[in-house]
Design a binder for this molecule. Sequence first.
Ligand SMILES: N[C@@H](CCC(=O)N[C@@H](CSCc1ccc([N+](=O)[O-])cc1)C(=O)NCC(=O)O)C(=O)O
Length: 216
Amino acid sequence: MTITITAFERSPDGGKGLARDTRVRWALEEAGQPYEVRLVSFRAMKEPEHLALHPFGQIPTYEEGELALFETGSIVFHIAERHPGLLPDEANARARAITWMFAALNTVEPPILELVTAKVLEGDKPWAKERLPLVVERIRNRLNQLSARLGDADWLDGAFSAGDLMMVSVLLRLRPSGILNEYPSLAAYVARGEARPAYKRAFDAQLAVNAGKPST
Ligand SMILES: N[C@@H](CCC(=O)N[C@@H](CSCc1ccc([N+](=O)[O-])cc1)C(=O)NCC(=O)O)C(=O)O
């Protein structure tokens, strides 16, 4: 059955991989699954048709026959469950890879999103200058812990998995801040993810959508 995802008609970053449809595109490419893309405007995302798919009026969504999903973690897990290439067959290794998916979304991404909030949404608040260093400290704490665990391994737990796909995607959000470059082993880990042919196809596909469109 045809897989259809939704993505920004025009991504604020000009389609350079930070919007979360990249994670789903990457998973589908790793799984070798063809997919269609329905582009949605910011306005359309808040209209009933899209809200029926995504209660929070966001992208991405995933449709396949009668099934409609939202939340990139859930969508990537759904793809990984049904196609080889993203989760190990061995039960314990599979469970550990899924643990790393949750760790990326629940433990590493929140402080990174706080930085985006602190800078973009709260930057003009009188207390912003006081808050920002606290946010950065929480990110550095997590990155110290993550780089200690990764050590000199290529991936978080043996072969590349959906856990790495999610962790690399989360860390990519940090790149504009420059903080990632303070952790050479994590920067190299992210670069390994970006070097994967499946990631390159996902990135190029999103960029092509935005080519020639001024970023908002
Ligand atoms: N928890 C949800 C979060 C989905 C989400 O944040 N979607 C964003 C796009 S990806 C987040 C994002 C957007 C833009 C950039 N950028 O750099 O341009 C980066 C990331 C969205 O639809 N935002 C519009 C809205 O909420 O009204 C998931 O993981 O799927």
